[in-house]
Design a protein around this ligand. Structure first.
Ligand code: JD8
Length: 240
């Protein structure tokens, strides 16, 4: 897979893409990154990329010419072009999976008060990472890349995303590692029992418990079996 990023702040993008699992995926050739500095497409001696809003108002708006100059060649080369924008479709597990199935993504990051509206005609879709205000599209692009790259075959063991909480629709079960006793906090004995069937049942019950307590909205769409329904009725009745 190839992912290009168009930004006024290439230095904000480069570090995270070279680090940890994403950096390893790039080293292994599973994903290829290219970062394009929008300033290179700026207009005039000052390489200007923004201007005052027509109609007045606070702040600056990104001019269309540098964005078109940067993005048109990527689109011509086959990129699926995504604008990071607070008005976009919310990033979700299904959307990350859809984007991970594409061979070539180009992510466009705005700054300032936003972009000239005509830039939207240049993109295939608009994506937001959530309902809070950020200062630009770079951190959203990194979040999207992180969510997508880990789904590219070979980047992490497949087993680690079959269990993804948002794939099954439930939150994750509690995890423990050594030591068996930390301060006065013990590891649940069932996890030390070696009974794989009991461990699986305990984990399912705890995933259901946590989802019921913290994200009951997820239970509307989660894949739950008849056994899960019995466990949920149980959890609701003991309120524990
Ligand atoms: C792109 C400029 C800042 C946005 C005025 C100052 C995504 N979930 C998200 N929150 N925020 C963004 C985002 C914010 C951006 C830009 C993405 C470009 N800004 C502007 C409009 C209101 N501020 C985002 N994805």
């Amino acid at each position: 897979m190839r992912i290009d990023v168009v930004t006024l702040f290439p230095e904000l993008i480069a570090g995270p893409l070279g680090t940890s699992i994403i950096g390893r995926a790039a080293d292994a050739g599973l994903v290829d990154f290219a970062v394009h500095d929008l300033r290179e497409q700026g207009i005039g001696r000052h390489r200007s990329v923004d201007d005052y809003p027509y109609g007045g108002g606070a702040g600056m708006v990104m001019r269309p010419e540098p964005l078109f100059a940067a993005v048109e060649p990527l689109r011509a080369a086959g990129a699926h072009v995504v604008l990071m924008d607070p008005a976009g479709e919310r990033l979700s597990d299904p959307l990350a999976r859809e984007l991970a199935s594409l061979p070539y993504l180009a992510l466009v990051c705005g700054r300032y008060e936003g972009i000239d509206e005509r830039v939207r005609t240049l993109v295939d879709r608009e994506v937001s990472i959530g309902d809070y205000v950020l200062t630009g599209g770079e951190l959203p692009a990194l979040v999207l890349i992180d969510a997508v790259v880990r789904l590219v075959p070979g980047v992490i063991a497949e087993a680690s995303h079959e269990g993804d909480s948002f794939a099954s629709g439930l939150l994750e079960y509690p995890q423990y590692t050594r030591p068996e006793m930390f301060r006065d906090l013990a590891v649940p004995p069932v996890l030390l029992s070696g009974h794989h069937g009991e461990v699986d049942r305990w984990r399912r019950r705890e995933a259901l418990r946590r989802t019921l307590e913290r994200r009951p909205d997820l239970l509307q769409t989660a894949e739950v079996t008849d056994e899960d329904r019995r466990l949920l009725d149980d959890l609701r009745s003991d309120d524990a």
